[in-house]
Ligand binder design. Structure first.
Ligand code: UD1
Length: 417
């Protein structure tokens, strides 16, 4: 088992680059299934989850290659419609392959993605919507057996919650369906707009992505194209937090600050100076930050649930008491027990976490229990006195190409052991 050893208390300075977004790359890789011929995805992050998506594509018969930051997928020999159980388990967001495979093959068999480290992750909204588009879906023994006996047909779908994955699955299935699909209360995350941008470049006719009403006019077929994956806004947020927790200055490059409009004011409220310009964010943090009154995670454009854990380390040592409310996932506070081992004073009640700022955190042996919670422990270790060992690094590797390499380049002391 790999671990990260962090020597706390190091100041950071310099430039740090953000890689392509995991949550955009995964649906884009799934979308490749719909596109005939070859698709070239640049800025595709080298993460365990994107390798799992490429393995799914290979299992379906696609020819896949990686050349540095570029992934190349050719679907000419696509033959299968089954996603193996082990790959479904490895990456729960693989459910987004369902809409794409149904759109291209008219059949799809995959296992239920099941529960996960953030609590139960139902897919009822995905299934209900795909049924509305004409899919017949049998659910038995944890397996989903889906077909479209009379083809996929456009429909009007109103989501009871703006689920990111469900919106993506509907867009994928509707792109080559007969007629028009309208999604009301669609998720507005920038990754949805990135998916629609890619599909439109392949020949789809999608309007309104990034707003809560998306209109998709089905086309007969799609063809591969060349596309750049958007920057990872959560990785950008992680590096902002790294500057904040160490009282440092960083210039974060290759980032789209428009995607961080709900995050930047929170760092400013803590007392950081944030200066976005072009595709950079400059952040400078004073030695002791201030608590924040109330941060609520919400669907985009609200404060992202993926940044909730990442925000916590600087708040642990801020002056005063901060309150965070997690509104998206039921069980997304598993990093808190680990932060408390390092001396943090955090109490939770249901969805509310109350963080009483302490003077300092102390290095400890802690365990990552999920991706962003794991990243939060690395950040806490960087701000703590002494040595921190974070185990279960495999979770962190799902979302960061090499967190220790990036942060070490700007002055942190982190080694993989
Ligand atoms: C995506 C992101 C994840 C992020 C989340 C919310 C990817 C690969 N993952 O996950 O990093 O934290 O958006 O921004 O893009 N729900 C249902 N029924 C459904 C679907 C969802 O009840 O059919 C609930 C979920 O349990 C959860 C909430 O809706 O409580 C949000 O889920 P959703 O927006 O679908 O998130 P994901 O697409 O799974």
């Amino acid at each position: 088992m790999q671990r990260l050893k962090i020597e706390g208390g190091r100041k950071l300075s310099g430039e740090i680059c953000v890689h392509g977004a995991k949550n955009a790359a995964l649906p884009l890789l799934a979308a490749c299934v719909l596109a005939k011929g070859e698709t070239v995805l640049h800025n595709c992050p080298k993460l365990s989850d994107s390798y799992a998506a490429l393995r799914i594509l290979s299992c379906l018969g696609c020819r896949c290659k990686r050349e540095g930051d570029t992934a190349i997928v050719n679907t000419d020999a696509l033959a299968g419609f089954d996603v193996p159980d082990d790959l479904m388990r490895e990456m729960r967001s693989s459910i987004v392959f369902l809409g794409a495979i149904l759109g291209r093959c008219g059949r799809c068999k995959l296992s239920f993605p099941g529960g996960c480290e953030l609590g139960p992750r139902p897919i009822d909204l995905h299934i209900k919507a795909l049924r509305k588009l004409g899919a017949v879906i049998k659910e038995e023994y944890g397996l989903l057996d889906c077909e479209v006996p009379s083809g996929l047909r456009g429909s009007r779908i109103s989501l009871s919650f703006p689920s990111v994955g469900a919106t993506e699955n509907i867009i994928l299935a509707a792109s080559t369906a007969k007629g028009e699909t309208v999604i009301e209360n669609a998720a507005r995350e920038p990754e949805i707009a990135d998916l629609a941008g890619f599909l439109n470049k392949c020949g789809a006719r999608i309007k309104g992505a990034g707003t809560s009403r998306i209109v998709i006019a089905g086309v007969d077929e799609l063809f591969g194209c060349e596309y750049n994956v958007m920057p990872d806004r959560i990785v950008a947020c992680t590096y902002m937090s790294a500057a904040a927790v160490t009282g440092s200055e960083l210039n974060i490059k290759k980032v789209n600050y428009h995607d961080l409009t709900s995050v930047i004011p929170v760092f400013e409220e803590m007392g950081c100076t944030v200066f976005p310009f072009s595709d950079n964010i400059y952040i400078s943090a004073k030695k002791r930050l201030s608590a924040v009154k109330n941060v609520r995670t919400m669907p985009y454009p609200g404060f992202p649930t993926d940044a909730q854990a990442i925000l916590m380390p600087p708040l642990c040592t801020a002056q005063g008491t901060s309150v965070i409310v997690e509104n998206i996932f039921e069980s997304r506070y598993r990093h808190i027990d680990e932060l408390c081992r390092m001396g943090a004073r955090i109490k939770t009640e249901g969805r509310v976490a109350v963080i009483e700022g302490v003077k300092t955190l102390y290095g400890a042996n802690v365990m990552a229990t999920d991706l962003r919670g794991g990243a939060a422990l690395v950040l806490a270790g960087m701000g703590a006195q002494g040595e921190t060992i974070v185990s279960n690094v495999k979770y962190i590797d799902r979302g960061y190409e090499s967190i220790e390499t990036d942060l070490t380049k700007v002055g942190a002391s982190i080694v993989r052991i």
